[in-house]
Design a binder for this molecule. Structure first.
Ligand SMILES: Nc1ncnc2c1ncn2[C@@H]1O[C@H](COP(=O)(O)OP(=O)(O)OP(=O)(O)O)[C@@H](O)[C@H]1O
Ligand SMILES: [Mg+2]
Length: 326
């Protein structure tokens, strides 16, 4: 990694990375030890040149409904990076933090979206020089013969250098047990985390219990992922808010009757599918489908002449043809 945040990396590497966990999870002052005793005068740090930097990230986070704890954690990471920079500028230990993360949550709960925002944050703060996100799953990592998996995994790590490697459904790597090539992928990843320390951030994502099972598959894994984020399922009000937001982003509006129809449908779907219900993604698919239905309705309705601006924007209840899974 480059940038000022890690300027005193070589010194700080000797400190246990576990400390970051305390910093990120606690509202109390950081427990990171400092080289200077408290009574020593501390030179005043330079002003916060990047303080406005968080505004852009904040704006993106604000567009997400709910996820309060995630938003708080992202701010904690920002605060830590900012303070690390100030500490580094006056010669205090500041680097060596481990930022590999686990994202636990059901489909469509915002994991990929948040990973992208975090990638941007790290890039802006100079922790990652590119800040891109490479999103992969088991098939991208696991090969067909001995040695193939290690090569595939190493190639992907190489692509992720300077950014984030995001592994969805990470538990599936541990699925086949000892003889499965998934194990080779895990071993290669663990090695890459050592070889390319601080050059990329690894995020593993999946359902909560499956991720817990995965973490037990290799004793070295737990300590390597000090940051855990839980992505809860959205409740009904949040799902409705998300639909309104998604419609608005696309310059559409939902009639109150459409909203009621949607609410009733989502209630049934959420209760009947439980695990398979894909939260905000399900809502997005519904909205996009209703937009297509509206287009067909308008074309049929307006054989001659054009619909008004309001008609072009309005998603009516009949545009939501809600039967079964979307
Ligand atoms: N809190 C939210 N507010 C608004 N939109 C959201 C929110 N969470 C997710 N979305 C939207 O829902 C869609 C799915 O989100 P995303 O791909 O981030 O979910 P995911 O958890 O990665 O899903 P999967 O586990 O299936 O990969 C995206 O279009 C995203 O913008
Ligand atoms: Mg995803």
């Amino acid at each position: 990694m480059n940038g000022r945040v890690t300027a005193s990396e070589s010194r700080s590497e000797r400190r246990p990375s576990r400390q970051i966990n305390v910093v990120l999870r606690s509202a109390s002052p950081p427990l990171v030890s400092t080289a200077v005793p408290e009574r020593d005068p501390v030179p005043s740090p330079s002003p916060l040149p990047q303080h406005g930097l968080f505004q852009e990230i904040q704006k993106e986070l604000d567009q997400l409904v709910g996820l309060d704890q995630i938003k708080e954690l992202v701010y904690e990471i920002y605060a830590l990076l900012q303070v690390a920079q100030m500490r580094s500028e006056i010669g205090l230990l500041s680097g060596g933090h481990v930022f590999h993360m686990i994202f636990k949550g059901n489909p469509g709960t915002g994991k990929t979206t948040v990973a992208r925002i975090i990638a941007k944050l790290f890039q802006k703060m100079g922790v990652l020089n590119k800040g891109h996100l490479i999103e992969v799953e088991r098939a991208d990592l696991v090969g067909e013969y001995i040695g193939h998996t290690a090569q595939k995994t190493r190639d992907l790590v190489k692509k992720a250098i300077g950014g984030i490697l995001f592994i969805d459904e990470a538990y599936s790597l541990a699925r086949g047990g000892e003889k499965d090539f998934g194990k080779e992928a895990i071993d290669t990843l663990v090695k890459a985390m050592e070889d390319h320390k601080n050059q990329f951030i690894l995020i593993l994502a999946g359902y909560s219990d499956e991720i817990d099972f995965f973490m037990c598959s290799n004793p070295g894994l737990h300590s390597r992922f000090p940051i855990q984020m839980d992505f809860p399922d959205y409740n009904m009000d949040q799902l409705i808010q998300i639909s309104e937001l998604m419609a608005k982003e696309r310059d559409y509006i939902l009639m109150p009757q459409s909203m009621m129809k949607l609410r009733e449908h989502l209630q049934v779907e959420k209760e009947s599918q439980l695990h398979a219900f894909s939260n905000a993604r399900y809502v997005r698919n519904l909205i996009e489908k209703s937009i297509r239905n509206q287009a067909v309705r308008l074309l049929n309705q307006y054989v001659a002449g054009n619909p008004s601006k309001l008609e072009l924007m309005t998603l009516r209840p009949e545009d939501f043809k809600l039967v079964g899974k979307q």
